[in-house]
Ligand binder design. Structure first.
Ligand code: NAD
Ligand code: DAU
Length: 339
């Protein structure tokens, strides 16, 4: 089996590559990644010498490059993680989100149509469903929940999902889509809530909580997301969407307080800052379908996963310190300087 993993130098894609090479040591994995600010080749160091792994620096919007690689490798399966993934950046500058997340998805699927494929899997997000109110805890996102997006990021992901289903219906492309809740774990880029708060705590910097911090996210350890995708590409039904989540809803403020406690830092570091524009209140996934149809269940409880994650950031300071000391400083100043 030859699997193309796009965006494999990013957070979830790299974890997926490690997971797959461990679970299926005889599979060939080819990682295509443009290496944007979010892609980090050093993350893939542990697998670079694996004879079943190949890294190719490539933009998924580069039609000629993508088609040439398909011609050379003839992949059986494509798993598309490549995306601009940060909501706050999409609010500042939507253009590149439309380009990569929509046009890039279409380019990959065009190559799949031309060269043939057993499966094209689109890694989508629960954000395509919009948000849920805080006062109705009985509501969850199911696969039937209408798409209703809030940010340019989520709108671009929803557009990509619609394109994927259009390629299924129009061309019979064998597709699946997964819509997962918020992931956390190793190699998470420090612009996102959990790694940002860990890094800032460790540097005794202010912890910028948007608004009151009462927004709720449904957190899943990244390896559990990887196991869900592994199941879907092998056993999932073509043309289907699968929601992925572990029923672990938490308020942002409680996560930040927990990180302070684990790292023995004072809560006085917490600073409430101007809220995100169009900020989604609550995400909550109903994972019944993937559980009942494919037997998927998450393995890592949040209490253990967050400890493992914090320990990873303590043990791998070089990885994130290199990031936060580079261009990231300009990003941080722009986003948080006058917030
Ligand atoms: P990330 O930002 O950490 O990584 C994205 C990767 O894609 C980077 O390596 C980047 O270099 C690469 N990339 C960006 N543009 C590219 C292009 N044009 N061509 C090739 N490579 C390109 O993102 P992530 O958090 O790992 O998310 C991966 C996927 O999972 C995304 O599609 C995202 O929408 C989805 N998702 C993320 C979460 C989450 O909590 N992080 C949850 C659900 C779904
Ligand atoms: O739900 C899945 C989505 O989760 C993915 O599709 C996205 O790619 C991923 O980035 C993530 O989106 P969120 O916007 O939920 O994640 P983020 O880590 O940016 O923010 C989580 C919550 O924390 C959100 O309510 C905003 C808040 N926040 C975030 C940052 C970076 C803060 O309060 N302060 C911060 O500095």
């Amino acid at each position: 089996m030859n699997i193309f993993v796009t965006g494999g130098a990013g957070f979830i894609g790299s974890n997926f590559i490690f997971y797959m090479l461990k679970q299926h040591p005889d599979y060939r994995i080819v990682c295509l990644d443009k290496l944007t600010y979010a892609g980090n080749l050093s993350t893939l160091k542990p697998v670079m010498d694996n004879k079943n792994f190949r890294f190719v620096k490539l933009d998924i919007c580069d039609r000629e490059g993508v088609f040439a690689l398909f011609e050379e490798e003839h992949p059986d399966i494509v798993v598309n993680f490549a995306a601009e993934s940060h909501v706050d950046r999409s609010i500042e500058d939507p253009g590149v989100f439309l380009q990569t997340n929509i046009f890039g998805t279409a380019t990959l699927m065009d190559a799949c149509r031309k060269y043939g494929i057993k499966r094209y899997h689109q890694v989508s997000t629960d954000e395509v469903y919009g948000d849920l109110p805080l006062d109705k805890p009985e509501l969850f996102f199911t696969e039937e929940t209408p798409l209703h997006t809030s940010s340019p990021y989520s709108a671009s992901k929803a557009a990509a999902d619609l394109l994927v289903m259009a390629y299924y219906r129009t061309y019979g492309l064998p597709v699946t889509i997964s819509r997962c809740s918020n992931n956390y774990g190793p190699y998470h880029f420090p612009e996102k809530l959990i790694p940002l708060m860990i890094a800032n705590c460790l540097n005794d910097k202010a912890l910028p909580v948007y608004g009151e911090g009462i927004n709720v996210r449904d957190w899943l350890y990244v390896e559990d997301h990887c196991s869900a995708i592994d199941l879907i590409i092998h056993k999932g039904k073509v043309g289907e969407v699968y929601n992925v989540g572990g029923h672990n809803e938490m308020r942002n403020i409680d996560i930040v307080k927990l990180i302070c406690k684990e790292l023995d830092k004072p809560e006085s570091l917490i600073t409430h800052v101007t809220d995100r524009k169009g900020h989604d209140m609550r995400y909550a996934i109903d994972p019944t379908k993937i559980h009942d149809e494919l037997g998927w269940l998450p393995k890592t409880k949040f209490a253990d996963g967050i400890k493992k994650t914090i320990q990873w950031y303590l043990d791998n300071r070089d990885w994130w310190e290199e990031i936060v000391s580079g261009d990231y400083r300009n990003y941080y100043e722009k986003m948080y300087g006058k917030r």
